[in-house]
Design a protein around this ligand. Sequence first.
Ligand SMILES: Nc1nc2c(c(=O)[nH]1)N[C@H]1C(S)=C(S)[C@@H](COP(=O)(O)OP(=O)(O)OC[C@H]3O[C@@H](n4cnc5c(=O)[nH]c(N)nc54)[C@H](O)[C@@H]3O)O[C@H]1N2
Ligand SMILES: Nc1nc2c(c(=O)[nH]1)N[C@H]1C(S)=C(S)[C@@H](COP(=O)(O)OP(=O)(O)OC[C@H]3O[C@@H](n4cnc5c(=O)[nH]c(N)nc54)[C@H](O)[C@@H]3O)O[C@H]1N2
Ligand code: SF4
Ligand SMILES: [Mo]
Length: 746
Amino acid sequence: MSQTVPHAPATAPTVLSTRTVQGACNLCEAICGLEFQVETTTQGERIASVRGNDKDPFSRGHICPKAVALKDLHEDPDRLRLPMKRVGDTWRQIGWDEAFDLVADNLARVREQHGANAVAIYQGNPNVHNWGNVTHGPMFFGQLKTRHRFSATSVDQLPHHVVAYWLYGHQMRIPIPDIDHTRFMLVLGGNPLASNGSLMTVPDVRQRLKDLRQRGGKLVVIDPRRTETAAVADAHHFITPGTDAAWLLSAIHILFDENLLKPGPLEPLLDQVDAVREAVQPFSPEATAALTGIDAATTRALVRELAAADGAVCYGRMGVSTQAHGVVCQWAIQVINLLTGNVDRVGGTLLTSPAVDLIKLGLMGPGHHDVWRSRVRGAPEFSGELPVAVMAEEMLTPGKGQIRALVTACGNPVLSTPNGRQLDQALQGLDFMVSIDFYLNETTRHAHVILPPTCFVEHDHYDLLFWHLAVRNATRYSQAVVAPAEGALHDWQIYAELARRYAHRTWALERSTTSQRLKGLATRSILGRLRPDQLLAIGLRKSSYPLRMKQLRQHPEGIDLGPLQPSLVKLLSKKSRRIKLLPAPITRDLHDMRAQVQAAQAAEAPADTETGAQAALKLIGRRDVRSNNSWMHNSARLVSGKPRCVLWIHPTDAQARTLSEGQTVQVRSRVGQVAVPVHITPDIKPGVVSLPHGWGHDRQGTNLTVAQAHAGASLNDLTDDLLTDRISGNAAFSGVPVQVQGQVAA
Ligand SMILES: Nc1nc2c(c(=O)[nH]1)N[C@H]1C(S)=C(S)[C@@H](COP(=O)(O)OP(=O)(O)OC[C@H]3O[C@@H](n4cnc5c(=O)[nH]c(N)nc54)[C@H](O)[C@@H]3O)O[C@H]1N2
Ligand SMILES: Nc1nc2c(c(=O)[nH]1)N[C@H]1C(S)=C(S)[C@@H](COP(=O)(O)OP(=O)(O)OC[C@H]3O[C@@H](n4cnc5c(=O)[nH]c(N)nc54)[C@H](O)[C@@H]3O)O[C@H]1N2
Ligand code: SF4
Ligand SMILES: [Mo]
C-alpha cells in the first residue's frame, strides 16, 4: 500500500534543542505518568526517550515495556495519517472534506432506506482511554439513534456494571479494592502482574502487593493457570474454567453455615439476607468440589481467613466476568464483600472520589437492563447496548432491522469478539462501513472509508474514566508531547465534524419537533466547538475539590488527592436507597447452576480429568505484559523475542496426545480451528489449555508489516458466539471446549 509518511531521510537530522515533557500513558488502566525527552531537529520533532515519571505521586515512576512503544506508534510508517477510501481491493488517500461527506451521505442513505437500526456502532477499548472520544463521541453516536450499539464492554466487564446497577444503583458505582490497606486479597480471574490491573487503576501493582504482604497481609489467587500474580501470592488454587460462580456461592454458603457474617456499617441497608442464605443452601463446598476442582476443606479454610481478616477484599476480573455465569460471579463477589463488612471500609473496597465526577455531573446515567432485546436471539440490552456476541448474526440474518452499515471506532472486533471469522464474513456483506482508526487492520480492511485520528502523544489527555476507578484519589492533565502533523485531526474533531454533517443530512428524518431539532443543532454546534480541555475546565468548576485548570497545568506530574474514604453508606442513605441483595435474574441462574453442580457430583470422574486424546479440553485466554489486546503488535520491540502466541498445555494432556514441546497442533472448536505451537507446562490445570487473545494477523489486506511477520493465531477464531452469560449476554470466553491434536502433515 502506498504510504502517507515520508520515508526516513537519508541524512541524520541535527538536534537543535531538547526538552522534557511530563505526560502519561493511555495504553492500559494503570495510566502511568511518563517523562518524555523530545528533540527538536532540523527535520522536525522526535521523541528521544520515554521513562516513568518519578515525580508522579500516583504512579511513582512505574512504567512497563509498552509505554516505550508509544514512540513506535508515533513513528510507525504503517500508521494512517490521512483518510482512506477503498476502491475495490485498493485504497486511495482522500482529503478530509471528501471523507466526511462520504460518511455522512452513506450513513444517512442507509438510515433513510432501512431505518435507524440498520446502522450499527462498535466502540472498542481505546475509546475509554482517549478522552476526545468520551467528550465528543456521544455528539455523533447519539444522533444515529440506533439500538444496534455494541462495544468491547460485552467482551469484558459488562457483569460488573449490571451488578453495580442492581446493588448500588449506578452502573459505574464499582467499589475498588483498597489494595494499599487491605490485609487479605483474594483474586479470581485477574492477573494484575501482566495486565497492570483492571477496574482497579493501580500503577506499580507488584510493589503494592509486596507491601501488602510485608504488612502481614495475604494474597491468594484462584486461576486455572499459575499466573505471574499467582507466583508472588501466598497461595494459588487451580479451578476448572467457568465454575467460579459455583465456588463463590460456596463461599457465601460457608459465611452463613459457619456464622461468619459481620456486615458492619452497611448492615442497616441490606435487604434479603435470608433469601440469599436460602439461595446458596444447595451450594455447600462439599457439593461444588467436583465441579470446581477445589476441595471443600481448602474452600472452608480460605473463607474463614477472609472473614477473619481486618480488612479483606475479594476481587474478580476478566476471567470471571467472561463466563457463562459471569453476572453471578460478580454478584457473589459483592455479596461476599458486603456480608463480611468489607464494602465501604478501609482495607476492603471503597468508591473513588474523582476530581471530575461524571456520575455527579449527570454525564453518565445509572443504566438500565433488558428494556429491549436483540432481534434474532433476544439478547437483553444493558444501558442502551446489545452484547457484541450477537452483532454478526444481526448482520447476516435478513429482515426488518438487519444491520447494513457499521461505524467502528477504536476497535478490532474481528480479533476481539467471539467467532471472529463469522464477523469477518459478515462485514464483507455490509452496504457501508466506516472506521475511525489509524491502522488498516483485520477489521478496518472491510471499511469503505477509514478516518485516522492523531495518535496519543499528539494530543492532550485527561483520564476522564480511570480516575473513577483508581486505588487512590488523584488527578492529572497532560499536554500533547509533540505537535501533530499539519492538517491532522484529533478524534474529537472527527466526531464534531461528523456530527455536524450528519445532522444536516438527517434533518428531515428526525421525528422531533422543529424547536427540539433547532435546540439540538445549537447545542451540538456549541459543544462541537469546545475543545476537551475547555469542557474539562467546566467540569472542574463543579468539582468537590478546589481545583482549576491552572493548577492542573502547573502540575503535569499529577496532584494527589488522598486515600479513598468510605462514602457509600452515606450516599445510599442520603438517597434512601437500600441494597436488595437478591435480584430475580440471579435466582433464575442459580436454579440452572444447581443442576450443573448435581451432574458433576453424580459423574464418576469430573470431565476435566479425562485424559484420552479425544477428550475435550477447556480453552482460556491469557495476557502478556508486552502486548495490548490486538493492536500493539506492530511495534518491533514488543513482539521481538520468543513467539508468545503459543498454546499452554499440561504434561498429562500433552502425553495423552503424544505432543512435544514447540510442536504445532490443531485446535478445533465448534466454530473454527487454528494451528499453533504448544508449550508444555505444569503451570496450567490438567484439562485446560490457554492461548493469548489479540493475535491472528495473517489475514489478507491489512497493512501491519511487523504484526504480519509475528502473526500468531486468533483465539477468537475458536471462541463461540453462542456461549454467553445468560443474564447479560457477555461473551463466555472461559472454558470453550476444544479438541487438540498433533498436526497431520499436509
Ligand atoms: N499487558 C496487557 N495489559 C492489559 C491488556 C493487555 O492486552 N495486555 N488488556 C487490558 C484490558 S482491555 C483489560 S480488560 C485488562 C484485564 O485484566 P485482567 O482481568 O487482569 O486480565 P487477564 O490478564 O486476562 O487475567 C485474566 C485471568 O483469568 C484467568 N481465567 C480464565 N478463565 C478463568 C476462569 O474460568 N476462572 C478463573 N478464576 N480464572 C480464569 C486467566 O488465566 C487469567 O489469568 O487488562 C488490561 N491490561
Ligand atoms: N477471547 C478473548 N477475547 C477478548 C479478550 C480476552 O481476554 N479473550 N479481551 C477482551 C477485552 S477485555 C477487550 S477490552 C477487547 C478489546 O477489543 P477491541 O476494543 O475491539 O480491540 P483492541 O485490540 O483494543 O483494538 C483497538 C483499536 O483501536 C485503535 N486505536 C487505538 N488508539 C486509538 C485512538 O486513540 N483513537 C482511535 N480512533 N483508534 C484507536 C487501534 O488501532 C485498534 O484498531 O478484547 C476482548 N476480547
Ligand atoms: S502499565 Fe504500562 S501500558 Fe499500562 S499505563 Fe503503565 S506504562 Fe502504560
Ligand atoms: Mo478490556
